[in-house]
Design a protein around this ligand. Structure first.
Ligand SMILES: [Zn+2]
Length: 117
């Protein structure tokens, strides 16, 4: 989420584009993130002062996409389940001691600016 420019992330056999927006509305309802599995886009609300919220939002939307891509839409549509998976992924991602140089940098930028559905 460095600079909040869009970036690519592999999910299942697909490559998703993560995009940021000041305001995201789905069917007239404002939300902090949105998984557009059809177009392979994860939308994340831009929250420069709450970067940890954005980080958790990213993993929440990632979890939606993951279960669509793995062929389990019943899980992808279970909001409580997805929220739990997203929280767990975010916790694990924060804890990784290896291979996280870019993530650390991202984390630093996130923390400096200070970051769900
Ligand atoms: Zn959700």
């Amino acid at each position: 989420m460095n600079g909040m420019r869009s970036f690519k992330v592999p999910i299942g056999l697909s490559i998703y584009t993560v995009k940021f927006r000041k305001r995201i509305t789905v069917k007239g309802i404002e939300c902090e993130g949105f998984c557009d599995a059809e177009n392979k886009v994860l939308w994340i609300e831009r929250r420069p002062t709450e970067l940890d919220v954005m980080f958790v939002n990213f993993w929440h939307e990632y979890a939606h996409a993951l279960f669509f891509e793995l062929g389990h839409p019943e899980f992808a549509h279970n909001e409580a389940f997805i929220e739990s998976v997203g929280q767990n992924l975010a916790r694990a991602a924060r804890s990784l001691p290896i291979g996280i140089a870019p993530a650390r940098r991202r984390g630093a930028v996130l923390a400096r600016h200070s970051a769900r559905h």
